[in-house]
Design a protein around this ligand. Structure first.
Ligand code: NAD
Length: 503
C-alpha cells in the first residue's frame, strides 16, 4: 500500500497514506486518477493521493459498509459508546500531529485554529458517545388493551460528503450516523484529503469493526456523485455549497434516499444603537475573520444603525488591524493564514474588486498580498488575502447577496427595526443571523422574525455541540449536533401491541 513521508511545520516527518480506506485497511485505488494536495501557505505541492474509481471502488466501499451494517446495528449500545470514548482518547493522544496535518493541508494556523478543530472532534465524539446508551423511543397506552411504542432504527449505509473548510470537524459531525448504528462511506473534499486518511488508522486502532467507516478520496463530480447515485446507499449527509446541494437533491431521487444538506450562507449581523459597541465590534470581527472567513455561518454582512455607523466602522478597522494577525500557519501569534486554494484566493479577490466597483469604501485590507507575506519568500506564493472591510454597502450589492467565503466583511447601515429585518430577510440563504442590542424585547422579536436556522443574540458563531446547527431556505435542511442531530440518521418504526382487544 502506498504511503509517502511528509515533513510537518516543526520538521518532524510522518507517513501519509495515499490510497483509500476500506474494511479497516488502506488499499490501492483502481484506476490511475490522482488529486494533488497543495500547501496553501507556500503554494507548493505536498503530495498526490489516489482517487477512487467511481464504479469499482465506490461499489467496494458500499459493499464493505453494507456487510458491516447488521453487526454494527446489533452491537450493544455500551460497546459502541466505549469505542467512541476510545477513539476520542486516541485523538487526544495524537492532537499534535493531527493539528499539524490539518494545518498543512488547509492553511489553518496551528495554535489558533487547527488545534481547536481537533479538540472539537474530540468533544463531538464524546458528546455522541453519551447519547449512544441513552437514545430511546416513545410509548403510548391509548387503552388498557393496547400498548404501542416507537423504535428509532438506523437507516443502513450513509454516504457522508464533507467540505474543505473544516475537514475533520465537519467529518465528526457526521459520526452521529455511526453513533446511531449506521455504517458509512465518507468522501473528503478535493482540496483537503490528508487528515481523514490519517484519522482512519485511529478508527481501526480504537477497535471499530471493519466496514463501519470507509474513506474515499476523489472529485465531487466523479466519486461524490457516484456515492449519491448508488442504490446501496440509504442516506446522504452533505456539507458544502448550495450549488452542489441542489445537484445532490436531484441525484438522490434515484432510490428516494433521504438527505441532509448543510449548505452555504450569507448570515446577517444587525447592530442596534443601544448595543455594547466594544463587544459588538469584537464579536462581529470574530464572526467572519476566524478560519480565514471560510465559515458557512460567518456573519459576513453587517448592518449598523445609522447613529453609530461611522463609529462602528472605525472601531472595527482598528480592532481587526490589531488582532487578526496574518502570517505563517506555524507561527503561534498568527490568526489569519492563507485561503485553502489558489482558486479560493482568486474568488475572494474578485469579490473585493466587485465591491470596489459597486462603490464601497475600503477602510481596511483590499486587493494585493498582505504586507508581511509579500516580503517573505517562503510565503510569497501562498494563497493569502488581506482581512478586508468593505463599507458603505447597500443591501442590493452583489457583495451583500453572494457568499464570498473569505476574510471579507461587508458593512452598511439601517434606520430602524423594520429596515433591519427587511435587509436580514432579503437573502436566498438562511443559515445564521445575529443581533446586538441591550433591549431584550427587540432581540427576542428579531429571533422570531428572522428567516434563519440560528440566531445569536449579542454574539456571533458561538457554536455549541449541544445546540442544533443548520439552516433554512437555500442554506439547506436538517440539523447537525445536539439531540436533534440524532434524528437525521434514524427511522421511526411504530409497534402496535394488542393486549386483548378482540374483533
Ligand atoms: P463544495 O460544494 O464545492 O464541495 C463540498 C463537497 O461536495 C466536496 O467533497 C466535493 O467534492 C463534493 N461534491 C462536489 N460536487 C459534487 C457532486 N456533484 N456530487 C457529490 N458531491 C459533490 O463546497 P466546498 O467548496 O468544499 O465548501 C464550501 C461550501 O460549503 C460553502 O458554500 C460553505 O458555506 C459550505 N459549508 C456549509 C456548512 C454548513 O454547515 N451549512 C459547513 C461548512 C461549509
Amino acid at each position: 500500500m502506498s504511503f509517502t513521508s511528509i515533513k510537518l511545520a516543526d520538521g518532524t516527518e510522518y507517513q501519509q497514506p495515499l490510497g483509500l480506506f476500506i474494511n479497516n485497511e488502506y488499499v490501492e485505488a483502481h484506476g490511475s486518477e490522482t488529486l494533488t494536495s497543495y500547501n496553501p501557505s507556500s503554494g507548493e505541492e505536498i503530495c498526490k493521493v489516489q482517487c477512487a474509481d467511481p464504479k469499482i471502488d465506490v461499489d467496494l466501499a458500499v459493499k464493505a459498509a453494507r456487510d458491516a451494517f447488521p453487526g454494527w446495528k446489533a452491537t450493544p449500545a455500551i460497546e459502541k459508546r466505549d469505542l467512541f470514548y476510545k477513539l476520542a482518547g486516541l485523538l487526544e493522544r495524537d492532537i499534535d500531529i493531527l493539528s499539524k496535518i490539518e494545518s498543512l493541508d488547509t492553511g489553518k494556523p496551528i495554535a489558533n485554529n487547527a488545534k481547536y478543530d481537533i479538540l472539537e472532534v474530540v468533544e463531538v465524539l464524546k458528546y455522541y458517545a453519551g447519547w449512544i446508551d441513552k437514545a430511546g423511543g416513545q410509548s403510548f397506552a391509548p387503552s388498557s388493551e393496547k400498548l404501542a411504542y416507537t423504535l428509532h432504527q438506523p437507516l443502513g449505509v450513509v454516504g457522508c460528503i464533507i467540505p474543505f473548510n473544516y475537514p475533520l470537524a465537519m467529518m465528526s459531525w457526521k459520526w452521529t450516523a455511526i453513533a446511531t448504528g449506521n455504517t458509512t462511506v465518507f468522501k473528503s473534499a478535493d482540496q483537503t484529503p490528508l487528515s481523514i486518511l490519517y484519522f482512519a488508522k485511529l478508527v481501526k486502532e480504537a477497535g471499530f469493526p471493519a466496514g463501519v467507516f470507509n474513506v474515499l478520496s476523489g472529485t465531487g463530480a466523479s466519486v461524490g456523485s457516484a456515492i449519491v447515485k448508488h442504490t446501496g446507499v440509504d442516506k446522504i449527509a452533505f456539507t458544502g455549497s448550495t450549488a452542489v446541494g441542489q445537484i445532490i437533491q436531484q441525484q438522490s431521487a434515484v432510490n428516494l434516499k433521504p438527505i441532509t444538506l448543510e449548505c452555504g450562507g450569507k448570515s446577517a449581523n444587525m447592530i442596534f444603537e443601544d448595543c455594547d459597541l466594544e463587544q459588538a465590534v469584537k464579536w462581529s470581527a470574530w464572526g467572519i475573520f476566524n478560519n480565514m472567513g471560510q465559515i458557512c455561518s460567518g456573519t459576513s454582512r453587517v448592518f449598523v444603525q445609522e447613529s453609530i455607523y461611522e463609529e462602528f466602522v472605525a472601531q472595527l478597522a482598528d480592532h481587526v488591524k490589531k488582532t487578526y494577525i496574518v502570517g505563517a500557519p506555524s507561527d503561534d501569534a498568527v490568526i489569519v493564514g492563507p485561503q485553502v486554494s489558489k482558486k479560493q484566493q482568486e474568488r475572494v479577490l474578485e469579490y473585493i474588486k466587485i465591491g470596489i466597483e459597486e462603490g464601497c469604501k475600503v477602510p481596511l485590507g483590499g486587493l494585493g498580498a498582505p504586507e508581511p507575506i509579500a516580503n517573505d519568500p517562503a510565503l510569497a506564493n501562498g494563497y493569502y488575502v488581506k482581512p478586508t472591510i468593505l463599507a458603505d454597502v447597500k443591501a442590493s450589492y452583489r457583495i451583500a447577496k453572494e457568499e464570498i467565503f473569505g476574510p471579507v466583511i461587508v458593512v452598511g447601515s439601517f434606520k430602524d427595526y423594520k429596515e433591519a429585518l427587511d435587509i436580514a430577510n432579503d437573502s436566498d440563504y438562511g443559515l445564521g443571523s445575529a443581533i446586538f442590542s441591550k433591549d431584550i424585547v427587540t432581540c427576542h422579536k428579531f429571533a422570531q422574525d428572522v428567516e434563519a436556522g440560528m440566531v445569536w443574540i449579542n454574539s456571533s458563531n458561538d457554536v455549541d455541540i449541544n445546540v442544533p446547527f443548520g439552516g433554512v431556505k437555500m442554506s439547506g435542511h436538517g440539523r447537525e449536533l445536539g439531540e436533534y442531530g440524532l434524528a437525521n440518521f434514524t427511522n421511526v418504526k411504530s409497534v402496535h401491541v394488542n393486549l386483548g382487544r378482540k374483533l
